[in-house]
Design a protein around this ligand. Structure first.
Ligand code: FE2
Length: 282
């Protein structure tokens, strides 16, 4: 099973600009994913789908995804607005007003949860959402399960983007996941960078963004002193490709750029490749 993930698209950062920078970056990413061989079984778009939550930007997003040869499944981020998203994506499976649902048809069960609280930058996960997650996980305790959401429930060290581990929503989510051996990981976005950690016995992996990345700055931040540090940089758009090998989930990250190839599999390297393959037990 091959799951592509893109995140933090921020379409509409330049309002009324159909050819905006973030659309170009999204299109480059979708072109890279469409060219993959083997192709992904599906793509996750894990929130901050648009920048201002407006209907026009969601329409542009829908148009950008229209020709993709694989299905797309959505999670919502802090820049999203539920009712505007639902207006443009009426088929999206909202449960009790939240975008929470499962994708059950592959060897890994995907459970998408909604960490959006409109008006707040950081995550949220209320009792109603937690009750749905518990019930949903209880229904398939033996299936390998991947949690999909926007906000990482961990303190990542980039001070202005951090989640405080004392936030109630983090504890509520941890309580839902604790002791469930079938949860193989949690994939998310929000930080605009690739980050991997183990939290509450769950591997958490944040996907780099298609929109411009957040700068890697681990210094403490003082809200009283604007110290001129880089916040956003113009590095290439990127994506994740999660491959389930039947035992483990392997998360690859790549940029959506033309790679400069330094070695090809040609006759000059064929013997070496053959020797490497021969080493392995059959
Ligand atoms: Fe974002």
């Amino acid at each position: 099973m091959l799951v592509a993930q893109i995140t933090d698209i921020h379409l509409g950062f330049e309002p009324d600009s159909p050819g905006e920078f973030n659309r170009q970056r999204l299109d480059a990413t979708l072109a890279a994913l469409t060219a993959l061989d083997p192709p992904p079984d599906l793509m996750l778009a894990t929130g901050d789908l648009v920048d201002r939550g407006d209907v026009a930007s969601y329409r542009r997003l829908r148009e950008a995804f229209a020709e993709l040869p694989f299905p797309v499944h959505y999670a919502l981020g802090n820049h999203d607005v539920r009712h505007n998203f639902a207006e443009v994506f009426p088929e999206a499976p909202l449960t009790d007003g939240f975008l929470q649902y499962t994708i059950d048809d592959g060897p890994v069960r995907l459970v998408v949860i909604d960490t959006l609280e409109e008006g707040r930058h950081g995550g949220a996960f209320c009792d109603a959402r937690a009750a749905w997650l518990r019930q949903t996980l209880d229904a398939a305790p033996d299936r390998p399960t991947l949690i999909v959401q926007h906000h990482p429930p961990v303190e990542v060290g980039i001070a202005w983007m951090n989640t405080d581990p004392a936030e109630p929503w983090v504890h509520r989510l941890a309580d839902c996941l604790r002791g469930r051996d079938n949860v193989i990981g949690l994939v998310c976005g929000h930080i605009h960078r690739a980050i991997v950690t183990r939290w509450e016995d769950v591997v958490v992996a944040t996907c780099p963004s298609t929109a411009p990345p957040v700068a890697l700055e681990l210094k403490p931040i003082d809200p009283a002193v604007a110290d001129g540090r880089p916040l956003i940089v113009a590095d290439p758009p990127a994506y994740a490709l999660h491959w389930w090998n039947g035992r483990e989930l392997i998360s690859h990250y790549d940029t959506a750029t033309d790679h400069q190839v330094l070695a090809h599999y040609d006759e000059g390297l064929q013997a070496m490749i053959g020797a490497m393959l021969e080493e392995r037990p059959v």
